[in-house]
Ligand binder design. Structure first.
Ligand SMILES: C[S@@+](CC[C@H](N)C(=O)[O-])C[C@H]1O[C@@H](n2cnc3c(N)ncnc32)[C@H](O)[C@@H]1O
Length: 413
């Protein structure tokens, strides 16, 4: 029995479907023109997708081996409008849509999205740095173009459930330069000493100056960072609290702390960590900024709207498929899904290409529908997704997602 809209001609192709079939809706590779497919999904999947990722042809004026990308702007915009209108009803009330684009049609697309979603639901515009200023591009008579953009719109911004993300920080945060020798003591009795001295002594030097003279400033800084990460619960910084943004109680304590700058004041709070104050400043602990990434402890900072930490180089073998110039990194999709979905949520990609979104969604335990009209559905998406189901794809985010295989998908055409 077809799960997805048999009336509109999308029937299950059992021969191409693969792996375990659940009782209800299954993950689906839809081999069809996407406007037809989106219309077919409107019945069974209305309001169900927590995240829709679109990576349409950018109107680059080029003909790729797998698809033609040459249209007039008016044609391209009409194509996008029809698909965005068709997919809007499929988005969950708490969901969001991510559209990847380069600067060829960035402006017109943003105007279109502002109109269809309402500008008040625009969440952000992310700049994705996809290459470096090297090679022939460097002789362009303009700044070298190295970016794609991700236009993010919520169905309803007030209800969009953003899951806060962090990224590995480049280099140490020098503001964390204070060390608390005895963190088991009550906070009010904490003593504060320079981090550099402790790191130097741990390296066998009497003082920081000795260590710097012996090792050189850069080497010592790297050693100090290593020491700080290993003893993150002891390492703190002082930061000015936002006086106007805190409670009346906190403001009163800040005033007292300013009046008695050597004393440590602690305010216990029901929903937050205790507020620790000294000299009117609040204490922040390095341990709150450390995460384990692939088994390594790293310093993190909040994710911004410039993503220059997702390499596009070296992805040629991801998924075991070759998709000239257009394949996107699995890590990029993983970040999008981390931001906007939880395990079990539905994810939709109407321009599936080589199957990246479906592969990543599968490895991350999300449910998914991917639509692709090209013949590469058979040559790229199907073998790629079969390998994911078999646990035989060891590339991309497999390890980070602890993916070992399982599940399955239906093919609808
Ligand atoms: C830029 S590629 C997507 C690449 C993909 N994100 C990946 O990582 O492999 C765009 C894809 O959209 C497909 N496409 C374009 N127009 C379509 C349509 N009307 N219906 C279905 N697929 C379409 C193309 O065949 C192409 O595979």
């Amino acid at each position: 029995m077809a799960t997805y809209a048999p009336k509109l001609g999308l029937a299950r192709d059992d021969a191409r479907s693969y792996g375990a079939r659940p009782r209800g809706e299954e993950n689906a590779l839809v081999h069809a023109e996407n406007l037809t497919a989106l219309t077919a999904l409107a019945g069974p999947m209305r309001g169900r997708f927590q995240c829709v990722y679109l990576d349409p042809p950018f109107n680059s004026g080029r003909a790729f081996a797998e698809y033609d990308d040459r249209r007039t702007r008016a044609d391209w915009l009409a194509m996008m409008r029809a698909r965005l209108v068709a997919l809007l009803p499929l988005v969950a009330e708490t969901g969001a849509v991510f559209v990847e684009i380069d600067d060829t049609e960035l402006g017109p697309l943003q105007v279109l999205l502002d109109e269809l979603f309402d500008a008040k639901n625009r969440v952000c515009t992310i700049t994705i740095v996809r290459s470096a200023a090297t090679g022939h591009k460097a002789i362009n008579p303009a700044p070298v173009n190295v970016a794609d953009y991700l236009l993010v719109y919520a169905k309803d911004r007030a209800r969009f459930a953003y899951r806060p993300q962090v990224r590995a920080r480049r280099g140490y945060d020098p503001a964390y330069r204070t060390y608390v020798p005895d963190v088991s003591a009550p906070r009010e009795a904490w003593r504060f000493e320079p981090l550099g001295g402790h790191a130097a002594r741990a390296l066998g030097y009497a003082t920081r100056r000795d260590a710097t003279r012996e090792l050189g400033a850069d080497h010592f800084m790297r050693e100090m960072e290593r020491f700080a990460l290993a003893h993150a619960a002891h390492v703190v910084r002082f930061a000015q609290p936002r006086y106007e943004a805190v409670s009346k109680e906190a403001r009163a304590l800040i005033d007292r702390s300013r009046a008695e700058p050597e004393r440590v004041f602690v305010l216990s709070r029901a929903k937050h960590k205790p507020l620790v104050l000294r000299g009117g400043n609040r204490l922040l602990c390095l341990a709150d900024k450390v995460r384990e990434v692939d088994g390594v402890r790293v310093l993190v900072e909040p994710l911004t709207n410039v993503w220059d930490d997702v390499p596009f180089q070296g992805i040629a073998k991801e998924g075991g498929v070759v998709f000239s110039r257009n394949k996107k990194p699995e890590r990029l999709l993983a970040r999008v899904l981390e931001m906007a979905t939880a395990p079990g949520d539905w994810v939709l990609d109407p321009f599936l290409g080589s199957g990246t979104t479906a592969a990543v969604a599968h490895k991350m335990g999300r449910r998914w529908v991917g639509i692709e009209q090209g013949e590469h559905m058979d040559d790229l998406c199907l073998p790629r997704l079969r390998r994911v189901v078999d646990g035989a794809d060891l590339t991309g985010v497999t390890r980070a997602s602890r993916w070992a295989g399982g599940g399955g998908f239906g093919v609808y055409a």
